[in-house]
Design a protein around this ligand. Sequence first.
Ligand SMILES: NC(=O)c1ccc[n+]([C@@H]2O[C@H](COP(=O)([O-])OP(=O)(O)OC[C@H]3O[C@@H](n4cnc5c(N)ncnc54)[C@H](O)[C@@H]3O)[C@@H](O)[C@H]2O)c1
Length: 332
Amino acid sequence: MKNVLITGGAGFVGYHLAKRLAGQGYNVYIVDNFFRSQDDADFAALKSLPNVWTMERDLTKESSWDELGGGFDHVYHLVGINGTQLFYDMPHEVLRIGVSTILHGLEWFRTKNGVPGAKILFTSSNEAYGDALKSFNQLPLPTPEDVPLVIGDPYNPRSSYSAQKLIGELFFIHYAKAYNFRMSIVRPHNFYGPRAGWGHVIPEVVERIAARVEPFPIFGADDTRSFCYIDDAVEAIQAVMESEKTDGGTYHIGTTEETKIQDLIEKIFTATHWRPATLDIKNSPEGSVKRRLADVSKIKRDTGWEAKTNLEEGLTKTIEWYLMHPKPAAKK
Ligand SMILES: NC(=O)c1ccc[n+]([C@@H]2O[C@H](COP(=O)([O-])OP(=O)(O)OC[C@H]3O[C@@H](n4cnc5c(N)ncnc54)[C@H](O)[C@@H]3O)[C@@H](O)[C@H]2O)c1
């Protein structure tokens, strides 16, 4: 069976991807420094599987990559700083960790991994192009892969995240061409599900509902997103990795359904059987993108993948998990 390396594999996407691949019999190697993720009961169950190995390493250090050795058929490069609040709190670290792990990762892959025909996949983000709408007001919706990647305002701390994804895409594209290896880029569009951390809209809303907050704040009520359930998302990531058609290409992963934040929150009220008496509608955070809807026709054309889980179904599973797992102290 193939050897698979997942960097940042203890995080939200990495955990679900590792679980899926381990269930299919792959030898799964996870490397993470647990900066944002937790060595919790879910992760302990994953680690206990006979075909899953974990290593605690800081991947900003070149030596950590050397310690991985080599021999991986598929490398899922997920490591990075995610979580919107962190973009505002520590933009310099978002940049340093993003860029250094990309550069060390690519150098290691081309010189030390040592498996002919191996492939590496980079998780970029819709935020790499998100500022195009704000800057030029002409982003096509649904948005295809070939729109310009734009940094609207380098002084906005949020740009730290989009900038390291943008530069990461360039590194992956030009390293793969120069050194002739296989790679693909995916741009996740608002993945959600259990164990996604606590710094996202769904867990934050569930937390406020559990605390019966009144009046109930809603940030950016009219903003839209397309929410993609994590089981669909990791199926898509695997499909891009395992297809030859996707080599050298960039793929949007998301759903075709554009949902207003206020409508999402109304669905969460319905699912939790509680509704506040008063809503406090607030502006979106500075730099937040107004509308987001991925064009996912390219991934469907090249891999056959499309999302299957509808929002109500995915929300029910997600809310259930968060109600059972309240936010631990000092985690974002
Ligand atoms: N979740 C989404 O909807 C979404 C959207 C767009 C892009 N992405 C991208 O997909 C990837 C995975 O996202 P996620 O939601 O799982 O994020 P996550 O924060 O849950 O996972 C990232 C993991 O990287 C680890 N990490 C951070 N710094 C590290 C370091 N120096 N060394 C080793 N490990 C380190 C963290 O501890 C964490 O477990 C990220 O690159 C993210 O930017 C995700």
